[in-house]
Design a binder for this molecule. Structure first.
Ligand SMILES: [Zn+2]
Length: 256
């Protein structure tokens, strides 16, 4: 027999253009409609006797208020990670499940679906600042581990293929740059490269490798970069700029 919880809670999600993630939560404990901004989502709570349609028009009545709260704190909703989030990494994708019985966030690998699953505690509101922070740091660690596992080998491969040598490689949590090359021999790569398609992360690596010969962005540098990318430097540069605007990447850029 199915046991119905007395505290019946049902969520419907919506991605709103100006408000970000909006959760419509039907709650048997409440008598009146209410809106709150919790953690990084706008939550519209409505009693059992109300319909989703009523909840939506209630949100419209209070939209200006919600927008003004969010304007004062613009990063609040932009980086929410929930069960609708799907992050595509180079070797697997990452999804979130709100199903952990313990009070901690952890990750497991679903080998069949080639998918990394982050688990958040069921007992907690997934949109609370605390849980979102814990998910952020879990995601950050996954990204870093994967980057340390993959990028040094790829750098080495491309270095040997094109005869561009370097002395040292460091993987960093850089958010403002994909990579950098210091003093002709030390290459820094951002762990966020794992969120790019391979041709674009290769392009970044090749860009840094070219700096081992040419420490500027002059004519010779671009001639070399074009040589190692089959004359596709401009094309890759444009693709990289376009790719960086994707909403899923903004989630990763926002990680501390
Ligand atoms: Zn450069």
């Amino acid at each position: 027999m199915t046991a119905f919880s007395y505290f019946c809670v049902m969520d419907a999600y919506e991605a709103d253009k100006s408000l970000g993630t909006v959760v419509f939560r039907q709650n048997s404990r409440i008598r009146k409609l209410a809106i709150r901004i919790a953690g990084r989502a706008v939550i519209v709570q409505f009693p059992l006797e109300c319909t989703l349609k009523t909840a939506k028009s209630f949100l419209e009545e209070h939209r200006m208020w919600a927008e003004s709260v969010l304007r004062r704190c613009p990063t609040m909703t932009s980086t929410v990670i929930d069960e609708n989030t799907e992050l595509e990494l180079l070797n697997f994708k990452i999804i979130l499940k709100h199903d952990a019985k313990q009070n901690r966030c952890y990750a497991t690998m679903d080998l069949q679906r080639e998918c990394m699953v982050m688990h958040a505690p069921v007992s907690e509101d997934i949109y609370s600042e605390d849980i979102q922070k814990r998910i952020d740091s879990l995601l950050f660690n996954i990204l870093m581990l994967e980057a340390k596992h993959y990028l040094p080998g790829r750098l080495n491969y491309l270095s040997e293929k094109f005869g561009l040598t370097y002395a040292e490689c460091q993987i960093r949590k850089m958010k403002s740059r994909w990579g950098s090359c210091i003093s002709k021999s030390i290459i820094h790569l951002s762990s966020l490269l794992m969120a790019l398609p391979q041709e674009l992360s290769d392009f970044v690596i090749l860009h840094e490798l070219c700096h081992t010969r040419e420490m500027n962005h002059g004519k010779n540098f671009y001639a070399l970069l074009n040589r190692v990318t089959e004359n596709r430097a401009d094309e890759f540069k444009k693709k990289l700029n376009d790719y960086a605007k994707q909403p899923t990447l903004s989630i990763l850029f926002a990680l501390a």
